[in-house]
Design a protein around this ligand. Structure first.
Ligand SMILES: O=C(O)CCC(=O)C(=O)O
Length: 293
């Protein structure tokens, strides 16, 4: 199954394309402050875990060093270049659908939106997802239960064309019972800023499901977000955001000349069981539930 926090991509010829090209209202992404941050993973103790439980996130300024970041970038480039013949999960921006065939390699590299399910193909990315210091913290956040990674993605926002990921809760995409603790990790590989589409979050809103609609994506209704106090989570390369699976978050269109590459992994306790999709849809909404959006 295509495991993701987004609508499955459309296959067109040999290439996969992200769905949709519609632009968003800029008012959806007007953060009023910046995420609370600790310097390193080693600085996470009981007070920081308590902060995570209350606010649904924790930002770490420097989790990975420059060598680890450049190894991860090399891993992504290698996958895009097709150096792993069995890997075929490269998704291009929907806006290049009609141009891709005429693009050179360099231009194609700048048109990739995401990659997924790469762990078995790329040891440099696997090393990041299994980093002992990271797993140690995630175990704490999972109430001392052993973490199992169940989703791996590289999320790229090419300069100028990198598309929005509308506001959503990741748990709305996962077939796990609602009370399953899920920890998301979003790792910046480039400097992530408000201008090039860093994560934006709604702290404290991770306590329950919010109805999702199929609009620009499977997402929270725009009207629900307008006027709420969001917080930006800018990060240097190697910094990361830990976030609860029910924390509402989104990223705006990248209108800047600077690209933004990130990795995103999701972890749950290794002893949990999946629930049928009906359980998820009953909680997060099944296109409307008599509510208009
Ligand atoms: O990196 C991004 O643009 C946002 C990704 C995201 O929120 C997701 O895929 O769940």
């Amino acid at each position: 199954m295509y495991s993701t926090t987004t609508t499955p991509p459309k296959k067109d010829g040999d290439a996969l394309f992200d769905e949709g090209t519609e632009l968003h209202d800029p008012a959806l992404y007007q953060p009023e402050g910046e995420a609370f941050q600790v310097p390193t993973l080693a600085d996470i103790g009981p007070a920081e875990v308590a902060f995570y439980r209350k606010h649904g996130y924790l930002s770490v300024r420097q989790a990975f060093n420059a060598d680890e970041v450049s190894a991860a970038i090399d891993g992504i480039v290698s996958l895009i270049m097709g150096e792993k013949p069995d890997f075929d999960h490269v998704v291009f921006e929907g806006s290049v659908r009609d141009k891709l065939a005429d693009m050179g390699l360099e231009e194609r590299m700048q048109a990739v939106r995401k990659l997924g399910d790469f762990e078995a193909h790329e040891p440099r990315l696997k090393a990041i997802s299994r980093h002992p210091a990271l797993l140690h913290v995630i175990k704490e956040l999972l109430h001392d239960r052993t973490p199992e990674m169940f989703q791996d993605m590289a999320l790229l926002k090419p300069p100028r064309i990198g598309r929005e990921k509308p506001w959503h809760q990741d748990h709305a995409y996962f077939d796990y019972p609602l009370d399953t603790p899920v920890v998301g990790v979003w790792i910046a590989l480039d400097k992530a800023t408000v201008d090039n589409g860093c994560m934006q979050i709604l702290p404290g809103r991770h306590t329950g499901p919010i109805i999702h609609f199929k609009r620009r994506d499977w997402q929270i209704c725009d009207q629900e977000i307008m006027g709420t106090k969001s917080v930006a989570a800018p990060l240097p390369p190697g910094g990361l955001l830990l976030f609860d699976g029910k924390l509402p978050h989104g990223t705006p269109h990248n209108t800047s000349p600077k690209g933004r590459r990130a990795l995103q992994f999701h972890y749950a306790p290794d002893d949990i069981h999946k629930a049928p999709p009906e359980v998820r849809l009953a909680a997060f909404g099944n296109e409307g539930k008599n509510v208009t959006c």
